[in-house]
Design a binder for this molecule. Structure first.
Ligand code: FES
Length: 91
């Protein structure tokens, strides 16, 4: 399910890629917010076959949201700010 923004819609837009596809985020978004608000709308599939994952703690504690960022390695999506030009991979 895609995250729907209800506030702060006027913040400047930035562009990045998610698994090679261009997505748009807003300045100040974490990577997790950017991923969930993108068309894909989820972080990854569950290892247990019960649907999609969207992070768990959302505060850098549980390690449920690892993604790979070109030039940065593995980062927690909920604790990393999205930046213009980032290349993010979920798998
Ligand atoms: S959702 Fe828990 S560390 Fe990111």
């Amino acid at each position: 399910m895609k995250l729907v923004r209800l506030r702060d819609a006027a913040r400047p837009r930035i562009g990045l890629t998610l698994d090679g596809q261009a997505i748009e985020a807003q300045q100040g978004d974490t990577l997790l917010t950017a991923l969930l608000a993108a068309e894909a709308g989820h972080l990854r599939d569950s290892e247990f076959g019960d649907g999609h994952r969207a992070g768990f703690c959302l505060m850098g504690a549980c390690q449920d949201c690892w993604v790979a960022v070109e030039g940065m390695g593995r980062v927690r999506a909920c604790a990393t700010l999205a930046a213009q030009g980032m290349e993010v991979r979920r798998g």
